[in-house]
Design a protein around this ligand. Structure first.
Ligand SMILES: Nc1ncnc2c1ncn2[C@@H]1O[C@H](COP(=O)(O)OP(=O)(O)OP(=O)(O)O)[C@@H](O)[C@H]1O
Ligand SMILES: [Mg+2]
Length: 464
């Protein structure tokens, strides 16, 4: 042994053992007994022999699970009262471990119910039981205890747990299944627009609710017919699911939108989501690709549904070489794995279609419509000018000049152009007008050498 002789080591071990024994005596098993008794007295079985079953779900299911328990209690024991647990390390222990820790070491004692707030919609926050147990009865009247514990993200534990303790495992299973069924009926994710992301620090998943976008047809400027084709593919199928099924046609559909940055791929997706009211939407960015299995499972379960995978090329990029794009194949396999008659739409966007092409050609049938979202032509640029001028009058000559001078720019460039012009005029006390040469000035500003970077970022013409 280097640095420490044997006598020292033995002495240290003895001292540590004494310390632990002291601590154990001081905590005393008696202190946890009241907590354990609340469970065992109700069920009538000692802890060591107590049958229990659990259901563990990702943290974002916590609200839904809570609602399932609430509904169960309302139906079977509306008067039931929750009790909680006090003790330092509860974030590290599951619902059975806590009872065992209470009985053996008095590490946990009877305490207050721990509540937390959780999001249940874009503007909806609800109180949920974060940690607690509640005595209730099985549908056949036999006593059971239900435990609920949300995840403790700060301890790297992003899982929520339902536990049912009963004098018989089948009884416990029946109660768990019933709570799950009630929870699924109340699923807060159903019909919501959800954004899946990965927490950069902890690496675990985060789900947020987004408001459903409300865009009208006029807000989307695309070459004639393009939006129709997209809409027919995605929305019309959605409107005629029953008939399509009757006619033996598959419902599952895949759409790839490709084109340069800033041409309106995301914008078009947002428009579609507004049209698909009631559809569950999961939006996944390329960065959160590791959540693909959960996202696919969710859209299957909560159909009718849409899975949007933004910047799908990031997957290809991730792997560097052209040959190996395992994540992309994984994606295509997942799409494949969803039943053809599922009302699920996959929407992929990319500005590097070449990277995608080979994979899609090699494995056809996953994406049944690929549409290019191009830079706007002259008509498109005029429409965009008028759209983003938002009703401010424009003179024909002025519009013609700007449209002629913006060949090759993207839609978002046109939007920025109008914004700059408005900013130029906004200082004046008078109402803003875009008349005169202000659009030309804004354009000069944008095309100025010094704005090269901005221009590239906004999708200006490649070489001006
Ligand atoms: N076709 C369009 N019609 C109307 N507005 C558009 C259009 N394209 C882009 N815009 C405006 O520009 C903004 C940026 O466009 P968007 O995010 O849709 O680009 P994108 O094609 O998804 O680009 P990227 O490849 O970088 O993701 C939109 O929020 C919208 O305001
Ligand atoms: Mg985009």
């Amino acid at each position: 042994m280097g640095g420490i002789d044997e006598t020292d080591a033995v002495g240290l071990a003895q001292a540590l053992t004494r310390l632990l024994d002291d601590a154990r005596r001081q905590l005393g098993p008696g202190r946890g007994a009241a907590l354990v008794r609340r469970v065992t007295d109700h069920v009538g079985v000692p802890l060591a022999d107590l049958p229990s079953v659990a259901l563990q779900l990702p943290m974002w299911e916590h609200v839904t699970l809570h609602k399932g328990v609430e509904a169960y209690l309302a139906a079977h024991s509306p008067e039931a009262e929750w009790f909680g647990v006090a003790g330092m390390a509860r974030g590290h222990e599951d619902l059975m471990g806590m009872l065992a820790g209470a009985e053996q070491h008095g590490m946990y004692v009877l305490g207050a119910v721990e509540y937390a707030t959780a999001t249940a919609g874009p503007d909806e926050v609800v109180d949920v039981v974060q940690l607690g147990y509640v005595p209730t009865v099985a549908p056949d009247g036999r006593p059971v205890v239900i435990g609920l514990r949300g995840g403790y993200e700060q301890f790297g534990d992003p899982v929520c747990e339902l536990r049912v303790l009963a004098d018989d495992r089948e009884v416990a299973t029946a109660v768990r299944d019933e709570v799950e069924r009630l929870a699924r009926e109340r699923d807060v994710l159903r019909g919501a627009v959800l954004f899946f992301d990965v927490n950069e620090h902890r690496g675990n998943e985060m789900v947020s609710f987004l408001p459903r976008p409300e865009l009208s047809v006029e807000d989307v400027v695309l070459p004639a017919g393009v939006l129709d084709v997209i809409e027919r593919h995605v929305v019309r199928s959605a409107e005629h699911t029953m008939r399509l099924v009757e006619l033996g046609q598959h419902l599952k559909r895949g759409l790839l939108l490709h084109g340069p940055p800033g041409t309106g791929k995301t914008h078009t997706v947002r428009y579609l989501l507004g049209r698909l009211r009631g559809y569950t939407v999961v939006i996944l960015s390329g960065r959160a690709m590791k959540l693909l299995p959960q996202a696919t499972a969710l859209v299957r379960r909560l159909q009718p549904a849409v899975l949007v995978i933004e910047d799908v090329d990031l997957i290809a990029e991730d792997r560097g070489t052209h040959e190996s794009t395992p994540l992309l194949f994984e994606l295509l396999n997942r799409i494949d794995g969803v039943d053809a008659d599922a009302d699920v739409t996959f929407i992929l966007t990319t500005n590097r279609v070449a990277d995608m092409e080979r994979a899609l050609v090699d494995r056809p049938g996953r994406v049944d419509l690929a549409v290019e979202v191009p830079r706007p032509d002259a008509d498109g640029r005029e429409l965009l000018l008028r759209l983003y001028a938002r009703g401010l009058p424009l003179q024909a000559a002025q519009v013609a000049r700007v449209v002629a001078a913006t060949e090759g720019v993207t839609a978002s460039y046109m939007r920025e152009l109008v914004r700059r012009a408005v900013v130029r005029r906004i200082d004046a006390a008078a109402p803003v007008t875009l008349e005169g040469t202000v659009l030309d000035e804004a354009l000069a500003e944008l095309t100025d050498e010094r704005s090269t970077l901005t221009r590239a970022l906004l999708g200006g013409a490649p070489a001006a």
